[in-house]
Design a protein around this ligand. Structure first.
Ligand SMILES: *[C@@H]1O[C@H](CO)[C@@H](O)[C@H](O)[C@H]1NC(C)=O
Ligand SMILES: *[C@@H]1O[C@H](CO)[C@@H](O)[C@H](O)[C@H]1NC(C)=O
Ligand SMILES: *[C@@H]1O[C@H](CO)[C@@H](O)[C@H](O)[C@H]1NC(C)=O
Ligand SMILES: *[C@@H]1O[C@H](CO)[C@@H](O)[C@H](O)[C@H]1NC(C)=O
Ligand SMILES: *[C@@H]1O[C@H](CO)[C@@H](O)[C@H](O)[C@H]1NC(C)=O
Ligand SMILES: *[C@@H]1O[C@H](CO)[C@@H](O)[C@H](O)[C@H]1NC(C)=O
Ligand SMILES: *[C@@H]1O[C@H](CO)[C@@H](O)[C@H](O)[C@H]1NC(C)=O
Length: 509
């Protein structure tokens, strides 16, 4: 059994590597917009995000100085890193790190407090998945100076697609504007300012334009806390592409029976497709008040937006993600680009296996359109040779500047879509890559395991235990859709086979 554990550890080692390769966590600060309470002698707020250790931000000496980065979207923040100055290092003492959705510093929650930090040192503060659009560092007190060499905010997109959408409602009560329902603020801390509301009328409605067609998995609605929680009862959540009858003809995701005051309920929409999310209360003398509407899902059709992108190298801020940014509501505009190198590649991980029908590639517009000539599109499940071992869907002869060309892949199966330019002194620049297809499909794979165990694996109870342990070890790593079973009854001192989704464990002596 001791040997089995050794084997499990090795297996987990592989899985860990794979999880990191998925690259879901990112330094969101790099995309963000920094600002600070005041700027001393040209020490701009951007200096905390430039990756340089010889430049730093600097406020004037003032009361409660702060530095803030607007991540532009709502993130689940795992950790914040702060790098201190080489000189006057004690100025950072007492700085507070906050995460949240509020421009008002003190409304955000505290992730950590820097008591002291050595000169030029980097400290990491674990935020445990705190959700927010802003990360603020501030020093409470008078005659303080806040100066930061670097700040990093690591997390994953919280995935609320409502942020950045356009809102409208049938009528507006005082300043309870429609957009307050998507301000990233569930409205509970500022009771009377964070919510939208219509007047008392017949069939009041509120509508969100997601600006693109999404497959909506869930909608989360937060009800008002101060009074009249029952007014939401009977509201319909509708999703679709029609504006007929103000959108109230679209398919229903759910009818809200009730939501307790100040609470957020989650409605599953089973991937209903639509550009519009409508909340509507049918009937006379109704008032529709919404403190927050959050929408989760992925852009319909284009599979790329649910994936993650990496590339062989990155030219300045031409990050790999920029080739699939359409799903991020155009906040991050631009293109991806590698450096000028040998065999540059870009890879999209769809996280599951799909049958890809077509790939659409948009070329750069500004210059050098011919650089795309000869790019191979490869699809498959192999990461060998950076994806060049996968089968070719198409070789791009050329794409005119700024245009989008479509390549048919005829249902090729794969988790990875690789774009590669074979040859020396090549640069791979992509302004958009869209992937269309069907799926995801479950993949059944066989892995060989050799157990050195003092227990008798020919005993069926023992075999079940081994599978259970493997299953829970894998579940801990997030592989929830996995089924494990023996495809062959193990024999002693013989290689065993296990059916599983991932990885290999090989403990040959
Ligand atoms: C759409 O909503 C507006 C504002 O409530 C209302 O005046 C109009 O009659 C509605 N149109 C339809 C077709 O329901
Ligand atoms: C909504 O509920 C489902 C099922 O309980 C859960 O998996 C999901 O994470 C929830 N979504 C949000 C946005 O809270
Ligand atoms: C709307 O106004 C009518 C008439 O004044 C009133 O009876 C009704 O309670 C009001 N509805 C709400 C939801 O406040
Ligand atoms: C790229 O392809 C275009 C269109 O076929 C062609 O005009 C151009 O010469 C090619 N450039 C290079 C560098 O191969
Ligand atoms: C994979 O890509 C990286 C980055 O370009 C490169 O260093 C490495 O040599 C490549 N590996 C293979 C096997 O081509
Ligand atoms: C991957 O490609 C390389 C180079 O073309 C080849 O030598 C190798 O055998 C391939 N591996 C597999 C598993 O096909
Ligand atoms: C890459 O660098 C070489 C050498 O400087 C240059 O000749 C070539 O044009 C560059 N290629 C691209 C695609 O920029």
């Amino acid at each position: 059994m001791k040997k089995l554990y050794k084997c499990l550890l090795i297996l987990l080692g592989f899985l860990l590597i794979e999880e990191m390769a998925r690259g879901q966590e990112e330094n969101a600060a790099l995309w963000g917009k920094p600002s600070q309470s005041s700027t001393y002698a040209g020490s701009e707020p951007e200096f905390a995000l430039d990756g340089l250790l010889n430049s730093w931000t600097h406020t004037n000496q003032q009361t409660n100085p702060w530095w803030r980065v607007d991540l532009l979207k709502v993130y689940r923040v795992n950790r914040v890193t702060i790098t201190n100055r080489p000189s006057n290092a004690d100025r950072i003492n007492g700085a507070v790190i906050r995460i949240g959705n509020f421009l008002d510093i003190y409304s955000n929650s505290i992730c950590g407090v820097i008591s002291t930090l050595a000169a030029s040192a980097t400290a990491t503060f674990s935020c445990g998945g705190m959700v927010g659009r802003y990360m603020v560092v501030h020093i409470p007190g008078n005659q303080k100076i806040l100066s930061l060499v670097e700040a990093g905010v690591y997390g994953t997109l919280a995935g609320n697609r409502a942020v950045g959408g356009a809102t409208i409602q049938s009528s507006t009560s005082a300043d309870w504007f429609a957009e307050k329902a998507i301000d990233g603020n569930r409205g509970l801390q500022q009771l009377y300012t964070g919510c939208s509301s219509t007047l008392n009328e017949t069939n009041p409605w509120w509508r969100l334009d997601l600006r693109d067609v999404y497959r909506v998995s869930e909608v989360v609605i937060t009800n008002r806390k101060d009074c009249c929680a029952e007014r939401i009862n009977g509201a319909e959540i509708r999703i679709g592409n029609s504006l007929e009858n103000n959108g109230t003809n679209n398919p229903i995701c759910a009818v809200i029976p009730d939501i307790p005051a100040g609470e957020s309920n989650n409605y599953s929409c089973y991937r209903l497709e639509g550009r519009y999310v409508i909340i509507h209360i049918p009937g006379d003398w109704k008032i529709l008040t919404l403190c927050e509407v959050e929408v989760f899902g992925y852009l319909a059709e284009n599979l790329a937006v649910a994936g993650t992108a990496i590339q062989s190298s990155t030219s300045s801020d031409w990050f790999a993600e920029k080739a699939i940014d359409r799903g991020l509501q155009q906040l991050y505009t631009g293109c991806s680009s590698t450096l000028n190198e040998t065999n540059p590649w870009w890879r999209l991980d769809l996280h599951h296996i799909y049958r890809v029908s077509k790939v659409v590639v948009t070329n750069r517009k500004d210059c050098c359109a011919e650089q795309i000539n000869g790019t191979e599109i490869r699809i498959g499940n192999s990461l060998e040779n950076n994806g060049t071992n996968n089968s070719i869907c198409a070789v791009i002869p050329a794409i005119p500047a700024g245009e989008s060309y479509s390549y048919s892949c005829d249902g090729m199966e794969g988790r990875y879509v690789n774009l590669i330019i074979p040859g020396d002194m090549k640069t791979l620049t992509l302004c958009e890559v869209k992937v269309y297809g069907e799926g995801p499909f479950l993949k059944r794979s066989f892995i060989k395991l050799m157990f050195h165990s003092s227990k008798d694996l020919t005993d069926s109870t023992m075999r079940e235990n081994v599978l259970k342990q493997l299953g829970s070890a894998l579940a801990d790593r997030g592989f929830t859709d996995l089924t494990l079973s023996w495809s062959q009854t193990p024999k002693q001192e013989v290689m065993q086979n296990v059916k599983a989704g991932k990885s290999r464990c090989d403990t040959r002596k």
